[in-house]
Write a protein that binds this ligand. Structure first.
Ligand code: UGA
Length: 437
């Protein structure tokens, strides 16, 4: 099929490359000329495992092209809207201006029978507005809403083999036709018996934010338990293992630590709260404000723990910060708890030297005041305290004996609870975990 993907950020670039990989003829469109140039050359503008290879093989096959010209969408049967919906400055609500601009730009290039598919995460009610715009412009195109559940670091895999597909479609013949077209787009997943939920616009929009709200709640729940564990001597990791064996609860997303960040979970729970308030149902999800507060408290607690571990002050003490990205296998520092902890420690006068396999350039752009080291040994050399804040494999597997030989003082604060306290203590370290004795 001929597909267009409007917006080539994280979601759009991955979607375009993956759809071409599946055999479709795809054009990716974005207003950012630098991004389009990089993508055309087979280089992802961000760190995502396997994306470069997928871009190159899809471009070489002749099935994938990129353009800054929206007219390139003309002739595609299906048009995906994959632009960003960031948090509005100084507010909780989502900024929908990119969605609106993309739809307005696309309208003159649509033909009757085309399917426009929203993939961006939007406040419930947005799709209905877009459908009205398409109808009032007399495009003859139908709208579907098809949220995306990809995780950074697994983006290609999650797109090609999703764990479920959700189609929000209008009622009647138009909806049935939209479903048939989407089944054709996702033919390989359909053949693999991927569950498909066909529903209306509002449900499809809500599924996405509800899923992220649930994940955020799960993380904040275990972090709340970590706060209680902290004052009782209980071990939150053993607690998570024990409750996680109950299949109704499950062990995933029960890792306590400095909490969640990134471009999705934090902004999505805030936008959801704002939308519920607009709808007069703020109380229904008022707990998400608590989820946000618990999450933000983790960063403060982490900084307090470093200060305590250094005997009450960090001024002019060298702190090695391991990790800057909001999670491993990513260079994304949007709302990153790791970067936030580094900035706060620097603010208290610590001599912060931070390292990360992928996120130094993005961190440097935002916080050039921090010290950075590409080689973790340079960060660790003569450090008075080591702080692990993003659980990259290379930090999880650090050797405590070897590392002790580099630092000035063997103090480690494990903000992700991924190190073995016994092994580190045996090697002479003062080990501090989050909600772990
Ligand atoms: C999240 C969702 O997991 C995806 O399903 C969704 O499609 C995506 O948002 C989106 O809306 O686009 P992502 O932002 O890539 O994906 O990151 P996650 O893997 O969910 O991690 C989010 C944060 O939670 C990270 O900072 C991670 O360190 C933290 N986390 C995760 C914990 O603190 N504890 C855990 O147990 C799990």
């Amino acid at each position: 099929m001929r597909l267009s993907v409007i917006g080539c950020g994280y979601l759009g670039a991955v979607h375009a490359a993956s759809m071409a990989e599946l055999g479709h003829q795809v054009v990716g469109i974005d207003v950012d000329a630098d991004k389009i140039r990089m993508l055309s050359e087979g280089n992802a503008p961000f760190f995502e495992p396997h994306l470069d290879e997928t871009l190159r093989s899809a471009s070489a096959s002749g099935r994938l092209s990129f353009s800054t010209d929206i007219a390139a969408a003309q002739g595609s049967q299906v048009h995906f809207i994959a632009v960003g919906t960031p948090q509005r400055r100084g507010e909780n609500a989502a900024d929908l201006s990119y969605v609106e601009a993309a739809v307005d730009a696309l309208v003159p290039h649509l033909s009757a029978g085309d399917l426009v598919v929203g993939k961006s995460t939007v406040p419930v009610g947005t799709a209905m507005g877009v459908a009205t715009t398409l109808a009032e412009a007399g495009t003859g195109a139908t709208l579907a809403w098809n949220p995306e559940f990809l995780r950074e670091g697994f983006a290609i895999q999650d797109t090609i083999t999703p764990d479920r597909l959700v189609y929000g479609v209008p009622e009647g013949e138009a909806g049935e036709r939209a479903t048939r077209l989407l089944d054709e787009v996702y033919a390989s997943a359909i053949t693999a018996k991927t569950p498909v939920v066909v529903t209306g616009y509002a449900t499809a929009e809500l599924v996405k934010v509800a899923a992220n709200a649930f994940l955020a709640t799960k993380i904040s729940f275990i972090n709340a338990m970590a706060e209680i564990a902290d004052v009782t001597g209980a071990d939150v990791t053993a607690l998570a293992d024990a409750i996680g064996y109950d299949v109704r609860i499950g062990r995933r997303f029960l890792n306590a630590g400095i909490g969640f960040g990134g471009g999705c979970l934090p902004k999505d729970i805030r936008a959801f709260t704002a939308r519920a308030e607009e709808l007069g149902r703020g109380e229904s999800i008022a707990f998400l404000k608590e989820v946000d507060q618990i999450n933000l408290r983790r960063r403060e607690r982490m900084v307090e723990m470093v200060v305590e571990a250094l005997g009450g002050h960090v001024h002019e003490r060298k702190v090695a910060v391991l990790g800057l990205a909001f999670k491993p296998n990513s260079d994304d520092v949007r709302d990153s708890p790791a970067l936030d902890v580094a900035v706060r420690l620097h603010g208290l006068g610590a001599d912060v030297v931070a390292t990360d396999p992928a996120a130094i350039p993005n961190s440097h752009k935002l916080h050039p005041q921090l010290g950075f080291a590409t080689d973790p040994r340079d960060a660790l050399q003569n450090a008075d305290a080591v702080v692990l804040v993003t659980e990259w494999e290379q930090y999880r597997t650090l050797d405590p004996v070897e590392t002790a030989g580099l630092v000035h003082q063997a103090v480690i604060v494990d903000g992700r609870n991924v190190l073995d306290p016994k092994a580190w203590r045996q090697a002479g370290w003062t080990y501090v975990g989050m909600g772990r004795p």
